[in-house]
Structure formats: C-alpha cells, structure tokens
Design a protein around this ligand. Structure first.
Ligand SMILES: NC(=O)c1ccc[n+]([C@@H]2O[C@H](COP(=O)([O-])OP(=O)(O)OC[C@H]3O[C@@H](n4cnc5c(N)ncnc54)[C@H](OP(=O)(O)O)[C@@H]3O)[C@@H](O)[C@H]2O)c1
Length: 259
C-alpha cells in the first residue's frame, strides 16, 4: 500500500455528507473547507447569504461539493427549518459540526435574560436540537461524527466568561451525553477547544495590539490561533481514523490551556 492509499484509508471523507453550522466564517469556514477538500459533500448553514455564497463558491471553484442554506439558529423553528433544508441538499448528514456561536460579554451581574436566552439558544440549544434531529439516523446507519466547537471557558473562567462560558460548558456535557448514547453504534461526539483565534468573532479585541500580543504570549507556540489550525483536527474527528475517540475535548490552542 502506498502512502496516499494509506492516508486515504485513514482520513478520506469521500462519500460522506457534512453539515457545518457557522460554516461561512472563521473556524467553521475553515472546517467546512477542510471537510470538503477531504472529500465530503458539505452544506454550510448561517444567516448572511453573501458570506455563505462566497464560501460555497470558493469550494466549488476548488472542485469540491458544497452548498449553503441560510437559516437563523437562534430559534427552534429556525433550527428545524435549516436542518430540513440542509438535509434536502445531499441527504442526511454523516458529519455534524456545530461551529455557529455568539459571544456577548456583559459583566456577570449585568447579564440580562435576553443575553442568557440568545447565548443559550445559538451556542447550546441549536447543537442539541441538531443532534436530536440527526444523531439517531447516524446511529441507525452505523456511522456518525458530531463535532462541537467549544471554548477554553468551558473549562475555566477568564476574560469575563459570563454566560458564554456556561453555554460552552453545557456543550462539553452535551458531547459526552451524545457519546454515551450513540458511540456503541458508530457515532462519536467530540469537541474542538480553541484558544484565542483571529476571526471576525473577536474583531473588536483585535483592534488592541497589546491584548493580542499578550494572548499570543500565553500560548506555548507563541502565536494566536488561525482558523486553518482547525483543518487537520476536524478531518481527523470527522474521519474513520477517530472511531475510538469519543466524548473527548481536543484542545487546538497552541498550548494556551497548559501554559
Ligand atoms: N475565535 C475565537 O477565538 C474562539 C475562541 C473560542 C471559541 N470559539 C468558538 O468557535 C466558534 C466559531 O467562532 P468564530 O471565531 O469562527 O466566529 P465567527 O467568525 O464570528 O463565525 C460565527 C459563525 O456563526 C454564524 N452564526 C452566528 N449566529 C448565528 C445564528 N443565529 N444562526 C446561524 N448562524 C449563526 C455566523 O454567521 P451569520 O452571522 O451570518 O449568521 C458565522 O458563520 C464559535 O462557537 C465560538 O464560540 C471561537
């Protein structure tokens, strides 16, 4: 067996269907691109159509199979509609990536119920509902990969974790519950844990070069994360190679969490 055949055997996503929420920006966009280039047919879901179309067009131009669905994951009806529309493109997904997320940062004590509701809806309830919609089918078919994108703040409180940290902590638990439920039937559930990644999510923070440099200094690698740093880890967790990895949190953070 040559190296290419061996690597394909381990990691190829040929014939797989993936749904990536938040696939039009930042980490989700890089993950969608990685899964598509590894052979999966990818449907990305977010709200803004121009960003969705630009992402899908880039992948199509690269010879990939990619499509987009515009949907708002902040309401239950929105999640359900987006799930059905996404499954209508290439069929039921084998791989579900939950990267859509929001980070509203009022200080604890000033967190309104609106912030709590919005955060929980997008960051935790949408991944839960999508898991309920697609997990049982994956289990019936004997293969599935659920990948959530959480945060350092799922594990420890810093930089005003507030309710964002609560939602991401819940997401880590959701991955374990899903792993418990479906791993025996070929469906793994894991989380990718970013450090500080230069994406539109924290554009405002990036305007302060001192903060950016201070965060880079907290890593072991010596720089902040880039969305493309998630490509390899995502392909691994989406592929057959990770069949015995489930319920885990994979830190892709340049060593931030252990420094
Ligand atoms: N960047 C970091 O340093 C960092 C660190 C830790 C964790 N994370 C996590 O990583 C994930 C991706 O973050 P990112 O940095 O890549 O952020 P990003 O560039 O802002 O991307 C967020 C994505 O989520 C989509 N989205 C947001 N609200 C939505 C809604 N209501 N319905 C549907 N889609 C929605 C956005 O598209 P639309 O706005 O068009 O809907 C966009 O595609 C998030 O879960 C975030 O919490 C990021």
């Amino acid at each position: 067996m040559n190296a290419h055949t061996y690597l394909s055997h381990l990691f190829s996503l040929d014939g797989r269907v993936a749904l990536v929420t938040g696939g039009s920006s930042g980490i989700g966009r890089a993950v969608a691109g990685a899964l598509a280039r590894a052979g999966a047919s990818v449907v990305i879901v977010a709200r803004r159509e121009a960003e969705l179309a630009a992402t899908a067009d880039e992948l199509l131009a690269d010879g990939c199979r990619a499509a987009w669905v515009s949907g708002d994951l902040s309401t239950r009806a929105g999640v359900r509609a987006a799930a059905e529309a996404a499954a209508g493109v290439y069929g039921e997904p084998d791989i579900l990536v939950n990267s859509a997320g929001i980070n509203l940062r009022p200080p604890m004590g000033e967190v309104g119920e609106d912030v709590w509701d919005a955060t929980m809806a997008v960051n935790l309830e949408a991944p839960f509902l999508l898991g309920e919609r697609f997990g049982p089918g994956m289990a019936e078919r004997g293969f599935g990969r659920i990948i959530h994108v959480t945060s350092q703040q799922a594990h420890r409180a810093f930089v005003r974790s507030g309710v964002y940290g609560v939602s991401k902590g819940g997401l880590e638990s959701l991955a374990r519950s899903q792993a418990e439920a479906w791993s025996s039937r070929g469906v793994t559930a894991n989380t990718l844990v970013p450090g500080f990644v230069l994406t539109p999510l924290n554009a405002r923070l990036q305007e302060d070069p001192e903060t950016v440099a201070a965060l880079a200094a907290r890593t072991m690698v010596g720089r902040n994360g880039l969305a493309d740093d998630f490509a390899g880890a995502a392909v691994f967790l989406a592929s057959g190679a990770s069949a015995y990895v489930t319920g885990q949190a994979l830190f892709v953070d340049g060593g931030l969490s252990v420094h």
